[in-house]
Design a protein around this ligand. Structure first.
Ligand SMILES: [Zn+2]
Length: 256
């Protein structure tokens, strides 16, 4: 029994190391789905075989652990070190979240992918646009995106990456993904259009700025509790909303 529990704990740790927790990706996918144009919604529905975007929002986190998709392991993030910027940071040889989103978008646009390649590509886009809004996915390579920064979360041993991927989302609100959408996706159309404007790089630079701020306010061994959750909940809400709005913008442009 003890062995089984350890095994389960190990699995959840390795999943945590990858992305927004499942809830975060579901929220981003659902918000995006609510903002698709009719044309994009129809095409997305076809490519996903009638399933929703939420259904596949977390697929890539599992797929990246399988031999078939092991090549996507580094596509969930792009580390930016303490003294680097998006421009100066050397890119990972095996790919990163920005390069992967750009190249898959281009490939789908060209229209030469097989049905299976298109299906995989769309499922990856749904996931990766979420990941690129996850602050610790722009964290430093020197501490593996905060995975090697120990912190205490309500007196439990954790790390900076894990609390930003999951614990803060779960602690901010106990909502389902539809309730998250209902509560945070209520901005004026002009504001949404501003959020959706800009390039992939500009969207990611915002995540980079947040990541740098997170490092400033969260020293190694920080005791994280109510005040931190309270202060960071608006940041989490913003990034999930922006991720959803921008994923919609990307797909609306792709499937005009
Ligand atoms: Zn991921």
């Amino acid at each position: 029994m003890k062995k089984l529990l350890l095994l389960i704990a190990g699995v959840s740790l390795s999943l945590n190391a990858f992305a927004w927790g499942q809830k975060g990706h579901d929220i981003v996918a659902y918000i995006a789905e609510c903002h698709l144009t009719p044309a994009a919604a129809e095409k997305v529905g076809q490519v996903l075989g009638g399933r929703s975007m939420v259904y596949y929002a977390n697929w890539m986190d599992n797929a990246s652990h399988t031999p078939e998709y092991a090549y996507t392991k580094t596509w969930h993030y792009m580390n930016i070190d303490a003294d680097e910027t998006l421009e100066t940071q050397p890119r990972h040889a095996k790919g990163d979240v920005l390069t992967a989103i750009a190249s898959i978008t281009k490939d789908i646009k060209k229209g030469k992918l097989s049905e299976k390649e298109h299906f995989d590509g769309l499922r990856m886009l749904i996931h990766m646009v979420g990941d690129m809004h996850c602050p610790m996915h722009a964290g430093r390579s020197t501490d593996r995106g905060g995975n090697a920064v120990p912190v205490q979360f309500f007196n439990r041993e954790s790390n900076l990456h894990s609390i930003w991927d999951s614990s803060l989302v779960e602690s901010a609100h106990g909502w389902s993904y539809t309730e998250w959408q209902w509560n945070i996706d209520r901005v004026a159309e002009e504001f949404a259009a501003q959020v959706q404007a800009g390039t992939l790089e500009e969207w990611f630079e915002q995540t980079v700025r947040i990541a740098k701020r997170v490092y400033e306010v969260t020293p190694v061994g920080a005791q994280i509790s109510y005040d931190y959750v309270n202060a960071m909940a608006p940041v989490i809400e913003q990034q999930l909303l922006f991720g959803g709005l921008r994923l919609a913008a990307l797909l609306n442009a792709l499937y005009e």
